[in-house]
Design a protein around this ligand. Structure first.
Ligand code: ZN
Length: 318
């Protein structure tokens, strides 16, 4: 079977404040909260999932809520920035909109011929908007000509890039595409959302430490359980330490560390976020997987209330 990674499935980061996080990603960036649930491995804390209207693979940014956590250390080996695609010509709108919400934005820069706008979210996660999409797509409270369309790429910071590069090309089937300075670009053949990966070689930077404002892991797409099983076999044969398949309710996952040390996940495209609530009701109330449902009463007493804006809500503008 021709088994190549189709690009990014989701990215998971850590926030210290659930409400600030919802206000920023829904209220400012115009993403939809597609699932309000708990961290299945630590169910007394929230796990927030944002995405396009239905949480399509390639659009989903998720956060573990570590309430009141100290800020972590951004550095290798880690995903150190998350880039979303926006339509050509939309960056000036976004720069102005972010400034109006007291977000410090950098000057619009150029990377491999594409315009990039960089800023930090309220916890310090570095987000980038890349002018790379067509102006037709998009949904949600930001008018379609400007809205975030899904992932463009992530940047992995590594002490050395060679072993990670070899993994991306020889195992995942990405193509080495370009280099500028310490940044090396790889692309999956799918051409879908999130098909780009940059590796930044930072041998002298302080090493990563988990905490608020850092990315926990990046997940890559596989279409179904059968192809995921092939991936698991391939990775085990190569000597990687891979977890068993874990049921994440909205997708099925395996995890391993790539040779540079970043936590990778391979997640199935399905069953998706409409498996336990109607598509037009996503994210409005706390959803629990069947095995945690007996704890609902206790969890609802422990977890803080989160106010989630209506979707699609009013059209947001500068
Ligand atoms: Zn994940």
């Amino acid at each position: 079977m021709e088994n190549k990674i189709r690009g990014i499935h989701h990215v998971t980061a850590i926030t210290a404040d659930a409400q600030d996080n919802v206000d920023f990603y829904c209220g400012v960036l115009g993403l939809r909260l597609v699932k309000l649930t708990v961290n299945f491995d630590a169910p007394t804390s929230y796990h927030l999932y944002y995405g396009d209207g239905v949480g399509s693979p390639g659009t989903v940014l998720t956060f573990f809520v570590w309430a009141g956590a100290y800020r972590g250390q951004v550095g290798p080996p880690q995903v150190t920035s998350v880039a979303f695609a926006v339509p050509e010509g939309a960056l000036e709108f976004w720069a102005e909109r972010l400034r109006q919400h007291q977000v410090q934005v950098e000057e619009i820069g150029d990377r491999f011929g594409e315009s990039v706008l960089g800023f930090d979210d309220p916890d310090g996660v570095r987000i980038e908007l890349v002018a790379a999409g067509s102006p037709m797509a998009g949904s949600g409270p930001v008018e379609p000509g400007r809205a975030i369309q899904g992932f463009h790429s992530v940047t992995l910071s590594e002490e050395g890039y060679e072993k990670t590069a070899k993994h991306l090309t020889d195992v995942f089937g990405f193509q080495a595409e370009a280099q500028t300075g310490k940044r090396f670009r790889y692309r999956s053949g799918s051409g879908e959302h999130g098909s780009v990966l940059d590796v930044l070689c930072l041998p002298d930077a302080p090493l990563a430490r988990l905490g608020g404002g850092v990315v926990h892991h990046v997940a890559f797409r596989t279409p179904d359980d059968a192809q995921q099983a092939v991936w698991r076999g391939t990775l085990c044969d190569l000597g990687y330490n891979v977890t068993p398949v874990i049921d994440r309710q909205y997708f099925h996952s395996i995890y391993f560390r790539e040779p540079g040390g970043v936590l990778f996940e391979i997640a199935t495209d399905g069953p998706g976020f409409a498996i336990d609530e109607p598509a037009d009701e996503l994210g409005k109330k706390l959803m629990l997987p069947p095995w945690l449902e007996p704890l609902r009463g206790k969890l609802e007493r422990i977890l803080p209330q989160v106010q989630v804006p209506d979707w699609p809500g009013a059209v947001l503008s500068v």
